[in-house]
Design a protein around this ligand. Structure first.
Ligand SMILES: Nc1ncnc2c1ncn2[C@@H]1O[C@H](COP(=O)(O)OP(=O)(O)OP(=O)(O)O)[C@@H](O)[C@H]1O
Ligand SMILES: O=c1ccn([C@@H]2O[C@H](COP(=O)(O)O)[C@@H](O)[C@H]2O)c(=O)[nH]1
Length: 240
């Protein structure tokens, strides 16, 4: 394995990486294997901030569409679910010896610190994995947009979207088995072709702030480490 090319990395972990494929909730063994990957990256030297999703527990848009719960409340429930995932990840990383902090955009004073940019920077500079929970704190957003926002605020050199597919495809690979995997694609092409790997707000924010994105499969061991060494893996989204 080569050397880390980045000083500060923001890792977006899909909520679904906390459970077995097709299941819900948090699977202890799956979480331990994700934490091992995070620690492997930390040992390579970069400062690591993590934004956690909550697709393993609740997505506001789907929940409001399929129940009587209004979208605003469903989205707040989704943001609370990211705090549950963040606390589970924190305990797992710390059990393995990695210092961490959880900072949340929604205040849950008994469990975590509030998100304050300067405090997040202080923790990163102190070598703590800084887990950013509670999304943006606003409904009608997603944790992808939150990841792009925090990467911009914290001057991250790279945003890694760690998900359950191998990268960006010409179409949703779960629906179209003929979809082609890109090794590289521009921000503009993702937006123009309407590719739904991430929200377009997230892509636009990264484009405007010059932050490259690598989309990769979290379930394949060594993928994140390869990404931060600049080895070819997943799909790089960057300038044309
Ligand atoms: N063009 C595309 N290329 C790759 N994946 C795509 C594309 N269009 C849609 N997808 C879908 O996007 C999904 C990736 O997003 P993911 O499910 O990880 O969601 P998330 O909202 O980031 O995380 P969470 O699980 O926390 O909700 C893939 O499972 C894939 O089916
Ligand atoms: O800024 C935000 C971030 C998230 N939400 C809600 O949380 C869930 C879970 O996040 P995912 O990105 O889908 O994993 C999301 O569906 C929203 O309901 C939010 O409201 N604001």
């Amino acid at each position: 394995m080569g050397e880390c090319r980045y000083k500060r990395v923001l890792l977006k972990l899909s909520g679904e990486s906390f459970c077995e494929p097709g299941e819900f909730g948090i699977n202890g063994a799956t979480l331990e294997s994700i934490a091992e990957r995070v620690i492997e990256v930390c040992r390579m030297g970069p400062q690591v901030a993590i934004v956690v999703g909550a697709g393993n527990i609740l997505r506001g848009e789907t929940f409001s569409r399929t129940s009587h719960i209004p979208r605003n409340t469903a989205d707040y429930m989704g943001m609370l679910a990211t705090i549950i995932n963040a606390c589970a990840l924190q305990e797992t990383l710390e059990k393995m010896g990695q210092p961490t902090r959880v900072l949340s955009a929604i205040e849950v004073a008994a469990m975590c610190e509030p998100f304050i940019r300067r405090r997040a920077l202080h923790h990163l500079e102190g070598g703590r994995v800084t887990i950013l929970a509670g999304g943006t704190g606003n409904p009608f957003f997603t944790t992808d947009t939150c990841a792009a926002l925090r990467a911009s605020e914290l001057d991250a050199d790279l945003l890694i979207k760690a998900t359950k597919v191998d990268g960006v495809y010409s179409d949703d690979p779960k629906k179209n088995p003929q979809a082609r995997l890109f090794d590289r694609i521009s921000y503009a092409e993702v937006l123009q072709q309407g590719l739904r790997i991430m929200d377009h707000a997230a892509i636009s924010l990264c484009r405007d702030n010059g932050i490259p994105i690598i989309v990769l499969n979290i379930f394949r061991k060594g993928n994140i480490a390869k990404a931060i060494c600049g080895d070819p893996i997943g799909t790089v989204i960057g300038p044309a």
